[in-house]
Write a protein that binds this ligand. Structure first.
Ligand SMILES: Cc1ncc(COP(=O)(O)O)c(C=O)c1O
Length: 373
């Protein structure tokens, strides 16, 4: 196992919690193993897209690194306006973040006090619940009692997905008047060229109607980190339903939260139509092949998740097998995510859809080392 030496000369081999900020103190996340994986071939533990970072955007950053000599604009321009028109928003109420995580935390801090409810999923991305607990919110006994709903759709890690019509009905039937509904649609851009129409944020009239008739605030969060493959940079945004929510978020947001490199990277990605086109063309096709190969070799495994997504959630039906799969994958240079950590699903693993030559390495590892289990 390789090790990392920090500036004080301490060695952290990635397995100990001797550091001042131990990983164990934080929620467990995928994407943490790559530094301690010898001969890293590909990181299957994150849900990023199949293309890797956008080459055109990387070249742009290369040529514009000198910009770090200047502060970014306090009003997040020109990036915020570019994002607004790329999303097709007819209003101004969008803000950006250094990753969506800070926006998740802020909206959960600022929404009216009270209990929370999670989406209608078996299990979902945990940072929403973690933020709720940080601000002393308690899980409501029934969703109708909650003043805040947090719903990840499509859901990471399970890949469950509710169509926009079903999402609207769910909200209308389950959320009480005056509540806030925070929907994370970070994984929806994989839906395809018509992903905007498949999104709740695009239901402008309905969102306005929910606000004026029932006082329900529909807030939509996106992490652009995943679809544009920039986990080391990170960028996100939040779409608010009205000026009051927008002003409140602005008031409490940390200044200069979006650095120029992240803003520039997103800006080029949004303009580069080919990048997303290729992502859509390859992902579901390769996911299907990846799924078929795994199902043939491991017929007991239940491979879950919507067909357009960039990852699969697999119930191996055995904690031992899942743990061994994680160990073997890492040893072969292809770390994957174990469902036990963070999600408390010990028989599950999550693996990304990757290019065929990369998947073949992981597949060979599984075939050679798990078949005897
Ligand atoms: C559904 C979802 N939302 C938000 C995030 C956080 O993204 P970011 O890195 O942009 O803060 C993640 C990261 O795993 C995620 O899976």
């Amino acid at each position: 196992m390789s090790s990392v030496v920090n500036t004080k000369g301490d060695i952290n081999d990635g397995t100990s919690s001797s550091g001042a900020l131990a990983v164990e103190d934080k929620a467990f996340h995928g994407g943490q193993d790559w530094m301690t994986t010898e001969n890293l071939i590909a990181d299957f533990s994150v849900t990023t897209g199949i293309m890797g970072p956008c080459e055109e955007a990387l070249s742009f950053l290369d040529g514009n690194l000198h910009k770090i000599h200047h502060y970014p604009a306090l009003d997040q321009e020109p990036y915020r306006s570019e994002l607004k028109s790329w999303l097709g928003l007819p209003h101004e109420y969008v803000l950006m973040g250094n990753g969506s995580s800070e926006l998740i935390d802020l909206i959960i801090r600022l929404a009216p006090r009270g209990n929370y409810a999670v989406g209608p999923n078996e299990v979902q991305y945990k940072e929403y619940e973690n933020s709720c607990h940080r601000y002393d919110r308690v899980l409501a006994e029934k969703p109708m009692e909650a003043s805040l709903h947090v719903f990840v759709n499509p859901t990471n890690p399970t890949g469950e997905y509710l169509s926009v019509e079903k999402t609207k009905s769910y909200i209308e039937e389950t959320c009480r008047d005056g509540s806030y509904v925070v929907i994370d649609e970070s994984m929806l851009p994989w839906f395809g060229p018509r992903w905007r129409e498949a999104s709740v944020y695009y239901q402008f009239e309905w969102i306005n109607q929910m606000l004026t008739e029932k006082g329900i605030h529909i807030v939509v969060i996106h992490s652009w980190t995943k679809i544009f493959c920039c986990t080391g940079l990170r960028i996100g945004s939040i779409i608010l339903p009205c000026k009051d929510d927008f002003d409140l978020m602005k008031k409490y947001m940390i200044p200069w939260n979006v650095n120029v490199l992240a803003g520039d990277y997103l800006s080029v990605c949004m303009r580069n139509k080919e990048y997303l086109q290729q992502t859509w063309e390859t992902t579901s096709n390769l996911r299907k092949i990846q799924k078929e190969q795994l199902e043939k070799e491991f017929p007991d495994w239940d491979i879950k998740g919507e067909a357009f997504l960039s990852w699969m959630w697999i119930d191996t039906k055995s904690e031992q097998v899942a743990e061994k799969a994680v160990t073997v994958a890492k040893a072969w240079g292809c770390p994957i995510r174990w469902g036990k950590k963070g999600y408390n699903r010990p028989t599950h693993i999550r693996l990304a859809v990757r290019k065929p030559e990369l998947f073949q390495v992981l597949f060979s590892a599984f075939k050679q080392e798990l078949k005897s289990q």
